[in-house]
Write a protein that binds this ligand. Structure first.
Ligand code: ADP
Ligand code: MG
Length: 630
C-alpha cells in the first residue's frame, strides 16, 4: 500500500488569496454591481450611476457623488481586509453600513482590470488608480467631480474557468439590473440610473418616499394590486419599524421572486420573514405559491447579525420571534382591512373580451345591525359542545328534506323562508342557488356570485380556528368521540415516530392515535364534527400523515412555536375541505341564508382556505356599461 505524501505547506501569494475570496463574493457581473453600489451607498451618495457593457462582462462602471477616497488611501482601498467601516470586534456587533469585510474591491481587482477615480471635497482634482491582477501603479491626477467612479473591465479575464460560467450578455444584464432595482427599492432617497450599452434603462430620481420608489420600480400600474402594510400599531414591535406592500393573492407565484425583503437597507433572503408571509396569506393563496410582497424592516443593528454570509444576503436575528410576529400581524391586518372580493370586468386591454379582474375595495362597514340568523343565534345561546356548525352538522345523508330553490325575478321579493319563526333574510341576503353549486346574491356594489363549497370551507376553517382557541383556553382540544373499535391505519415505524412527535397537535384536534404493533395505528377518538359530516377516520388520518411526511418543514414541531400553529392550520384546512358542502349539494333557503350571514362575519371569507376565490362581483357600473346605459 502506498502512503500518500502531501507537498510542503506554503502561504499562498496574495493574488491567489484574493481570487479565492472572489470565488465567494464575485459570481458574475451582477455581484460586481452589488458590491460597487453598496460602496457608493456607504459613501453617502445621493446619485448613483451604473453603466454596463455586454451585460457587465466587458464593463461595469459605478459612479457616485459621495465622500470620495483621499488620494493617499486609494491603494489601501484595494488592499484585502482594508476597510473604513469597522475598527474592532465590538463594531462587528452593530454594523450600520452595507460593507464591512474590506474585501470586495481587493477580490474584484484580482479577477478583472480595475480602475478607480476618486475625489474628496477637500481635493483640488481627482486621482486615479489602475489595478490589474496583483499589480497596481500609483495614483495619478485625473479630471472628475467629487465622488468616486470604479470601472471593472474584462471580468474573469485571468480565471478562464470562471469566465466559462458566464451566460449571455442579455442574461447577465438582467441579473445586474435586478440587483440595482433591489438596492434602489431599499434606498428611495438616492437617485439611480442604469445605462446598458449606452442606452438608459432605469432612471429613478432622488428623494422619493418608499412608496413612490416602490411604485416607480415595480410599475405604477400595479398600485391597485398592492395593499400598504405598516407595523406602527403593534406594541410588541418596539424597536422595530416595518413598512411594506402586500400583493393581492392573485399575484402569488410558484417561487418567491416577487418577494423583496429588506433589513436596514440591505436586501436579504430570510426564512423567518418568508415563513411569516406565508402564514399571513394562509387561506388566501394556495400552499405551493409565494405571495408578492415588499417588506422593509428597520431595527437596531445590534439586534441582528449580518456577518453570516459572504455576500451578506442572509442575516441572523437575535430574536426571530419578534420579527416573525411583526411581519405576520401587520400583513394579516392589511389583508383583513381590504375587501378581497374580486370584481368581474372586461380586461381594459382587450375590449369586448370578458375577463375577471381583481378590484380590491376597502371593506365597507355596514351600519345596519348584523342579519339575525338561526345559526348566529344558536351560536350564542347553545352550550359550547353543540353550538357549532348548526346547519353544517347533519351529514348529507340525514339532512332535512330539501326545498326547491326559488325562482327569482329581478325586482320581486324572494319567497319567505318556510319557518315563519325565522326572520326573512335582509335584502342584502336575497339568494338564489344555481346548479346546486353557486349562490347568487347582491351587495351594495352589485351582484355577487359565490362558490358554495369554497365559502363553506372558509367558514368552517374560521369556526374551527375559533373552537380550537377556545378549547386551548380551557386546556382541552376539539370535541371528539371515542370509537368502539379503533379504525386501523396501516403505517411504518417512521410514521409512528412522526405521530409521537405530533402528539400535542393531535391532542388539540381531539384525535387519539395508538400504535397497534409496528405496522399499524389505531384511531381511538376522532373529532365529532368530522364524524357528523361522514368523514372516514382511517382515510383522514392516512391522508394527514401523507401530508405531514411530504411537508416536514410545516410539521416539524421542534424549533419555533409557530410550527405547531402552521401544522394545525394545515390540518384545519383539510378538515374544513372534507366537512364542507360539496358542489352539487342542494341547500335549503334557510341554509343559504345562514351561510350568507356567516360570510359577513367571517374574516377573509372572500377566499377559501386553498386560496381560490369564494366570490366574484359584477358591479352595477359594469352592468350599466355592458347594457349600454352609460
Ligand atoms: P468594505 O466596503 O467592506 O469596507 P471594500 O473593499 O468594498 O470593503 O472597500 C474598501 C474601502 O474602500 C471602503 O471601506 C471605503 O473606505 C473605500 N471605498 C470603496 N468604495 C468607495 C466609494 N464609492 N466611495 C468612498 N469610499 C469607497
Ligand atoms: Mg464594500
Amino acid at each position: 500500500m502506498s502512503v500518500r505524501v502531501l507537498p510542503e505547506i506554503r502561504t499562498l501569494p496574495p493574488l491567489v488569496v484574493n481570487q479565492i475570496a472572489a470565488g465567494e463574493v464575485v459570481e458574475r457581473p451582477a455581484s460586481v454591481v452589488k458590491e460597487l453600489v453598496d460602496n457608493a451607498i456607504d459613501s453617502g451618495a445621493t446619485q448613483i450611476g451604473v453603466e454596463l457593457e455586454q451585460g457587465g462582462i466587458e464593463l461595469v462602471r459605478v459612479t457616485d457623488n459621495g465622500c470620495g477616497i483621499p488620494a493617499e488611501q486609494l491603494p489601501l482601498a484595494v488592499a484585502p481586509h482594508a476597510t473604513s467601516k469597522i475598527r474592532d470586534t465590538a463594531d462587528l456587533d452593530r454594523i450600520a453600513t452595507m460593507g464591512f469585510r474590506g474585501e470586495a474591491l481587493a477580490s474584484i481587482a484580482s479577477v478583472s482590470r480595475m480602475s478607480i477615480r476618486s475625489r474628496t471635497a477637500a481635493d483640488a482634482g481627482a486621482m486615479r488608480l489602475d489595478i490589474e491582477g496583483a499589480t497596481s501603479g500609483s495614483p495619478r491626477p485625473d479630471a472628475g467631480p467629487v465622488g468616486t467612479s470604479v470601472s471593472v473591465r474584462n471580468l474573469f479575464f485571468n480565471t478562464p474557468a470562471r469566465r466559462k460560467f458566464l451566460r449571455t450578455a442579455q442574461t447577465e444584464q438582467g441579473h445586474a439590473s435586478e440587483i440595482v432595482r433591489e438596492l434602489a427599492l431599499a434606498h428611495p432617497a438616492i437617485g439611480f440610473t442604469v445605462k446598458c450599452d449606452g442606452r438608459i434603462t432605469l432612471d429613478l430620481p432622488p428623494n422619493q418616499s418608499p412608496r413612490e420608489r416602490a411604485l416607480a420600480v415595480i410599475g405604477g400600474e400595479m398600485e391597485s394590486q398592492y395593499l400598504e402594510v405598516n407595523a406602527d400599531q403593534f406594541d410588541d414591535a418596539r424597536g422595530l419599524v416595518l413598512w411594506g406592500l402586500a400583493g393581492l393573492p392573485v399575484l402569488a407565484r410558484p417561487t418567491p421572486k416577487w418577494q423583496h425583503l429588506f433589513l436596514n437597507g440591505r436586501p436579504v433572503r430570510d426564512r423567518t420573514i418568508q415563513h411569516a408571509l406565508k402564514e399571513a396569506y394562509r387561506g388566501l393563496v394556495e400552499p405551493g405559491r409565494h405571495p408578492a410582497a415588499l417588506i422593509m424592516i428597520e431595527m437596531d443593528p445590534g439586534a441582528v447579525d449580518v456577518n453570516v454570509h459572504p455576500a451578506k444576503s442572509e442575516v441572523r436575528f437575535r430574536d426571530s420571534g419578534v420579527v416573525h410576529k411583526t411581519v405576520y400581524l401587520s400583513v394579516r391586518e392589511a389583508l383583513r382591512r381590504a375587501d378581497l372580493t374580486p370584481a368581474t370586468a372586461p380586461e381594459a386591454s382587450s375590449p369586448g373580451v370578458q375577463g375577471w379582474r381583481f378590484e380590491p375595495t376597502v371593506a365597507i362597514q355596514s351600519s345596519a345591525p348584523p342579519v339575525p340568523s338561526r345559526f348566529a343565534d344558536a351560536f350564542q345561546q347553545m352550550p359550547p359542545v353543540t353550538r357549532k356548525f348548526e346547519f353544517l352538522a347533519p351529514a348529507p345523508s340525514v339532512r332535512a328534506p330539501i326545498e326547491p330553490a326559488p325562482a327569482v325575478s329581478p325586482d320581486g321579493p324572494l319567497p319567505q323562508p318556510v319557518d315563519a319563526a325565522i326572520p326573512a333574510p335582509a335584502p342584502s341576503q336575497r339568494v338564489l342557488q344555481v346548479h346546486n353549486s353557486f349562490l347568487v346574491t347582491q351587495d351594495e356594489h352589485g351582484v355577487v356570485i359565490i362558490d358554495q363549497h369554497a365559502l363553506h370551507e372558509r367558514v368552517m376553517f374560521e369556526k374551527l380556528k375559533v373552537r380550537l382557541d377556545e378549547a386551548r383556553a380551557g386546556g382541552g382540544g376539539l370535541e371528539s368521540q371515542s370509537l368502539l373499535v379503533p379504525a386501523v391505519v396501516p403505517t411504518t415505524p417512521q410514521r409512528i415516530e412522526l405521530v409521537q412527535s405530533l402528539a400535542s397537535m393531535f391532542k388539540r384536534l381531539g384525535i387519539t392515535l395508538e400504535p397497534l404493533g409496528a405496522s399499524a395505528l389505531g384511531v381511538q377518538a376522532f373529532p365529532t364534527f368530522l364524524f357528523e359530516r361522514g368523514v372516514d377516520p382511517a382515510e383522514f388520518i392516512g391522508e394527514l400523515l401523507d401530508r405531514a411526511e411530504a411537508e416536514p418543514e410545516t410539521f416539524s414541531q421542534s424549533s419555533v412555536s409557530t410550527a405547531e400553529e402552521a401544522a394545525l392550520h394545515e390540518v384545519l384546512d383539510m378538515m374544513a375541505c372534507k366537512a364542507a358542502v360539496k358542489a352539487g349539494d342542494q341547500m335549503s333557503q334557510q341554509e343559504l341564508a345562514e351561510l350568507l350571514a356567516l360570510r359577513e362575519e367571517i374574516e377573509r371569507s372572500s377566499n377559501c382556505p386553498h386560496g381560490r376565490p369564494t366570490a366574484l362581483r359584477l358591479t352595477i357600473k359594469e352592468l350599466e356599461r355592458q347594457f349600454g346605459r352609460s
